[in-house]
Design a binder for this molecule. Structure first.
Ligand SMILES: [Zn+2]
Length: 312
C-alpha cells in the first residue's frame, strides 16, 4: 500500500512523494510532484473603481512532475522574472526537462514557453487540440494579445511561442502514466486537468482555485453549473493532493479546495442574480469570501455579469 507524503518546503514550495511503508527498494522509478508558486503581484491596468480593484495579478502555480532522470512541467507562469525564477528552481532538481504541458488556453499558463526555451533549449510544449486552438487565438487576436502586452509591458515576449497539439491523453514519464482529463468548463471552455494516480494527485489548472478569487467572466449561470459538475468529477478521483493553477502562497494542497471552489461558484451565481450593481455584487462576494487573494478579479467579473444582464 502506497502512502502519499506532502512536504511543505516553504510557503511557495510543496513536495509530494509516494512512500512504501512495507516495501523499500526497487521502486525508485515512481514519479514525484513538486509545486512552485509565484505570489500575487502588481500589473498595469485601469485605475481602481473601489477598494480591492487595484491592478494585481493572481498568484500562480507551476508543477514539476519528475522521475529519476526526467521531468515534465505543467503550466509556465507569466513574466520574465517569474519564469526565470521557475527555471532556476527546475534546474535545482538536476533532471532533464522533456516537455511542458499546458492545461488550458489562457495566456498566463503558456506565455512563459518562449522564456523557458532560453533556459532549456527547444523543449516541446504540448496542449490538447482545443487548448492549442485557444492559445493560438490568444497569441494572434489583436485585442487579446494587446491586453497581455498592456498589463505586463516589457515583461512578456512580443511574439510568444504557443504549445503544439498533443493528440494523446496520456503522457509517459519513465514508464509511469500521467493522465490528462479533458474536463471541459473551468474558468474557460475546454479545460484539462492532470491526474497522477500513483500520487493520488490532481493538478487542476484553472478548474480548481485555492484561496484566490475565481475568474467567472467567461461563464454564465449555466456554464458555471457545468464547472461545478466538473469539480465533482475531480472529487470522484479521490485525490489526496490538489494543486490549483491559482494557488495562494502558503495555502495547503488539500482536496478541500474542490468544495470551496464549488461554493464560490454557487455564491457568485446567486449574488449576480440578486444584486443590481457592480458595487453591490463586489460587496456581497467580499463579505462571503473576505480572505481570498486578488479582489480585482471580483470587480472584473461583477462588471462582466452586469454587462451580460444588460445584453440579455
Ligand atoms: Zn489562469
Amino acid at each position: 500500500m502506497t502512502d502519499v507524503i506532502l512536504r511543505v518546503d516553504d510557503d511557495r514550495h510543496l513536495a509530494v512523494r509516494a512512500s512504501y511503508p512495507d516495501q523499500k527498494g526497487p521502486h525508485m522509478s515512481d514519479v514525484n510532484l513538486d509545486v512552485h508558486i509565484a505570489p500575487m503581484r502588481p500589473m498595469k491596468g485601469a485605475p481602481p473603481e473601489g477598494p480591492g480593484d487595484e491592478p494585481m495579478w493572481s498568484p500562480m502555480s507551476a508543477t514539476l512532475i519528475h522521475g529519476e532522470n526526467e521531468a515534465i512541467l505543467i503550466d509556465t507562469l507569466v513574466t520574465f522574472d517569474q519564469v526565470d525564477a521557475l527555471a532556476e528552481w527546475i534546474k535545482g532538481f538536476g533532471k532533464r526537462l522533456i516537455g511542458i504541458y499546458v492545461t488550458h488556453g489562457h495566456s498566463d499558463h503558456w506565455i512563459g514557453i518562449s522564456r523557458l526555451r532560453k533556459h532549456f533549449g527547444d523543449v516541446p510544449a504540448w496542449a490538447r487540440p482545443k487548448v492549442q486552438q485557444r492559445a493560438a487565438f490568444e497569441a494572434t487576436n489583436p485585442g487579446l494579445s494587446g491586453y497581455w502586452q498592456s498589463v505586463f509591458p516589457g515583461e512578456i515576449p512580443a511574439q510568444p511561442d504557443t504549445p503544439d497539439t498533443l493528440d494523446s491523453s496520456t503522457i509517459e514519464l519513465e514508464g509511469s502514466e500521467i493522465k490528462i482529463v479533458d474536463i471541459g468548463w473551468g474558468d474557460t471552455e475546454f479545460s484539462t486537468i492532470i491526474h497522477v494516480p500513483s500520487l493520488a494527485a490532481v493538478v487542476g489548472g484553472d478548474v480548481v482555485y485555492n484561496q484566490v478569487h475565481m475568474m467567472t467572466a467567461e461563464t454564465d449561470a449555466t456554464t458555471r453549473q457545468a464547472w461545478i459538475d466538473n469539480l465533482n468529477e475531480i472529487a470522484a478521483l479521490d485525490p489526496k493532493i490538489v494543486v490549483s493553477g491559482h494557488h495562494r502562497v502558503d495555502a495547503p494542497a488539500s482536496p478541500e479546495s474542490i468544495g470551496e471552489s464549488q461554493q464560490y461558484l454557487r455564491d457568485f451565481s446567486k449574488v449576480a442574480e440578486e444584486q443590481e450593481t457592480v458595487e453591490d455584487i463586489v460587496k456581497a462576494m467580499l463579505e462571503l469570501h473576505p480572505d481570498r487573494d486578488t479582489p480585482r478579479v471580483v470587480w472584473h467579473c461583477a462588471r462582466d455579469a452586469v454587462k451580460k444582464r444588460e445584453q440579455a
